[in-house]
Design a protein around this ligand. Structure first.
Ligand SMILES: [Fe+2]
Length: 108
């Protein structure tokens, strides 16, 4: 939720009104594969949106907003990378072994 807090602070600094009541629908999924896949899709959507917003910030010469958005964009790219790794591991080792590994990792 840090991203939302950073964005709200920036909007308030710019004397705007953050629209926090309008959220995108949350898609969770029925299986581990669906959960990871939905997460990855949402992250890709966020990357698209942040790239567009950075373009707009540059159009109005708002470097500070562009910098903030770039910081968040890089974090979102890391989340996509994480989801890709999870999908690859599930595909290579099967979901049962993947989940066993997750449980072992959590315990260790
Ligand atoms: Fe993310």
């Amino acid at each position: 939720m840090h991203h939302a807090e950073w964005l709200i602070k920036r909007i308030l600094f710019l004397e705007g009104v953050p629209a926090v009541a309008k959220l995108n629908p949350i898609r969770i999924g029925q299986t581990v594969q669906e959960i990871v896949s939905n997460d990855q899709d949402d992250e890709l959507g966020a990357i698209y949106a942040y790239n567009n917003a950075i373009g707009l910030a540059h159009e109005v010469a708002d470097q500070a907003t562009a910098d903030l958005l770039l910081t968040i964009l890089k974090m979102e790219e890391g989340h996509v990378d994480w989801a890709e790794v999870q999908r690859s591991q599930i595909e290579q080792m099967g979901v049962e072994n993947y989940l066993a590994n997750q449980a072992t990792g959590a315990a260790g």
